[in-house]
Design a binder for this molecule. Structure first.
Ligand SMILES: *Cc1c(COP(=O)(O)O)cnc(C)c1O
Length: 374
């Protein structure tokens, strides 16, 4: 039996397509962005995301920063967001001078506790930023109710959510398409990747013109290219978010293999789910159709999870814990309002992710893990 090392993540190999497409881009000299492969990516993404305007970006981080600009977040504005997430979720708003309130996870899920949001809302609250951990949807009915009552702008950090859905009345709504804005990631570590890349979905029609200008470094270049104006000029604040055509070519190759990637990931996720049915594993509510981005076990304590990770590593299998809560980080701790967010801390202490990729020997991972517990 081969005992090769199993890393936590290996991107799906799409070199045959990617090399061809990248070569094409280099030979064409059209390397900047928004060329053939960017358009092809957007066309494929159309089947996931319908009428919304799509902007390919250099990362999910830049898509989140773009959304904060679009939402006109300004110094003094208040933003509510989960603690159990990646720093980019928070940086996007801190960069605009907002004050932040972090929300705890639920007891049975790393996802944010939407029932804890209302008591944090003040007249200064402008944005509720939500994050669907592991591509497992939050309860959209609750988000809708908060938006309607308090007139909040909803931004979805849907970094992990390509091909993940919120289900209501048998209709699948892609994550990232429900808020005013949704940000996705195509980072190397995500299900579909192009090294560094992202996507901003602008779902609220009100913002589309503004988004076009900000995306073009604050100019009306997009309308100029459509020959709607004779020249283009500086119209507003903006920045450079465009994904280079070289990355788009790689992304195009990946997107063409999307269904194979999904099938492979779900098969592994389902095997884990079955093998570990007596363990604490991801909770998937009826309204969530996930994308097998992450499978985790929750261990009894910090020390047990550290021992588990070390044991698996010794057996040649890389497993990983995940986020350190943002509210109690060394950077934010003294700015936090002091509320104790015990579930976020608990997931930080006890959650361990198992590898999901095409090179995983699933039975070996399962047997090794079960050996640890026995
Ligand atoms: C990966 C990730 C990001 C950052 O994505 P980049 O494309 O690397 O900028 C942000 N938020 C969450 C929840 C993520 O998982």
């Amino acid at each position: 039996m081969s005992k090769e090392y199993i890393p936590y993540h290996v991107p799906f190999p799409t070199h045959h397509l990617g090399l061809e497409f990248v070569k094409e881009v280099l030979l064409s000299g059209k390397t900047a962005g928004n060329q053939i492969h960017s358009l092809a990516c957007k066309k494929i993404l159309l089947s996931n995301f319908h009428g919304e305007q799509k902007f390919l970006t250099t990362s999910c981080t830049s898509a989140l920063e773009f959304s904060a600009l679009l939402a006109s977040v300004e110094p003094g504005d208040h933003v509510i967001l989960p603690s159990y997430t990646f720093p980019s979720t928070a940086n996007a708003f801190l960069l605009r001078g907002a004050t932040l309130s972090f929300v705890d996870s639920m007891p049975n899920s790393p996802n944010m506790d939407l029932d804890a949001v209302e008591e944090l809302i003040s007249s200064k609250t402008k944005v509720l930023c939500v994050m669907h951990y592991a591509g497992i949807s939050l309860d959209w009915e609750k988000i809708k109710a908060l938006k309607a009552t308090y007139n909040l702008t909803i931004i979805e950090d849907a970094a992990q959510c390509i091909d993940a859905y919120y289900v209501n009345n048998d209709i699948d709504y892609p994550l990232g398409s429900l808020g005013d804005f949704g940000a996705l990631s195509f980072h190397e570590t995500k299900n579909i990747s192009c090294g560094e890349g992202g996507l901003l979905l602008v779902n609220n029609q009100e913002y589309i013109e503004k988004a076009e200008v900000m995306y073009e470094k604050g100019t009306n270049r997009a309308s100029f290219l459509r020959q709607e104006s004779a020249f283009y000029e500086w119209k507003s604040i903006g920045s450079s978010y465009t994904l280079s055509e070289i990355n788009a070519a790689i992304l195009h190759g990946q997107l063409l293999q999307k269904s194979e990637i999904n099938k492979m990931r779900h098969a592994i996720w389902n095997s884990y789910n079955l093998a570990f049915e007596n363990f604490s594993v991801p909770y998937v509510p009826v309204y969530a159709k996930h994308n097998a981005h992450i499978f985790y076990l929750q261990l009894a304590s910090t020390s047990e999870s550290v021992e588990f990770i070390e044991y698996m590593q010794k057996k040649g299998i890389q497993t990983l814990s995940h986020y350190r809560p943002l509210h109690s980080s060394s950077f934010f701790n003294d700015k936090h309002d002091g509320r104790i967010l015990k579930n976020a801390q608990h997931f930080s202490d006890t959650l361990v992710r198992l590898p999901i990729h095409q090179e995983v020997n699933v039975n070996r991972v399962i047997e090794t893990a079960l050996d640890f517990f026995n």
